[in-house]
Design a protein around this ligand. Structure first.
Ligand code: MN
Length: 230
């Protein structure tokens, strides 16, 4: 270990179902517009575009049940219910046929978004970082290990509920680019490493959260992540 001039930052991590051990997080990659109905609601053409990616810092992850103080600099905080895949084996130029062997586990995630800042960035052709990668912007439920539970079915329901009312509902097979293709495209752009999380995109129905709301993203057979806005 080198002699650091200041205390090194804490290692971000997420919980694991049935284990006291935690999964260390390196980078967080997110897929944009991966469900046709959401692409349309954001004013985009879902049919032609290859997947594109943005990132959040690894230390934006927060656990299931975390209380999130309403973020600064926004008046339009949105939830986005997503399947999260955790990479256990890294690689570059991973072929889609072998991509799922690189996945260590799955979780329910919420790609929280300061929609007003993102919209302004789009309009001004500026980066999305401040709209997407703000503090505590990546709630992630406990990871369900593939070694014990396998991969989720395409027919699994992905839902978001705000204060108990369902706001988003789809099945995982509605992704435009399924996970093997996402991993193939992404690993052609950057080398994936153990500890990387991939947020795989959200379906239609995104909307705003306010202080006092509880937002629960749930995926059948995978788990859930609950976030309370304070
Ligand atoms: Mn998203």
């Amino acid at each position: 270990m080198p002699d650091f001039a200041i205390s090194p930052p804490a290692q971000p991590s997420v919980a694991i179902v049935g284990s006291k051990a935690r999964f260390p997080v390196r980078r967080i990659f997110c897929v944009g517009r991966n469900y046709a109905d959401h692409a349309r609601e954001m004013g985009a053409d879902p049919d032609r575009e290859p997947p594109f990616f943005f990132t959040k810092p690894g230390d934006t992850v927060i656990d299931d049940g975390a209380a999130l103080p309403f973020p600064s600099a926004t008046s339009n905080l949105h939830y986005e219910a997503e399947l999260v895949a955790a990479i256990g084996t890294g690689g570059r130029d991973i072929p889609a046929e072998r991509a799922l062997a690189h996945v260590w586990g799955y979780a329910a995630g919420n790609d929280l978004t300061r929609r007003d800042l993102q919209a302004k960035a789009k309009e001004m052709r500026r980066p999305w970082d401040m709209g997407k990668g703000f503090d505590n912007s990546a709630p992630c439920g406990p990871l369900l290990p593939v070694a014990e539970h396998g991969h989720p079915d395409g027919s699994a329901r992905l839902t978001c509920a705000v204060n108990g009312a369902v706001t988003q509902e789809t099945t995982l097979d509605q992704m435009i680019w399924p996970l093997p293709d996402i991993i193939a495209f992404l690993s052609a752009q950057v080398e994936l490493r153990p500890g990387d999380l991939i947020y795989t995109g959200t379906p239609a129905g995104v909307g705003a959260l306010k202080a006092g709301d509880t937002c629960v993203v749930a995926i059948e057979g995978v788990g859930q992540v609950s976030t309370r806005i304070t």
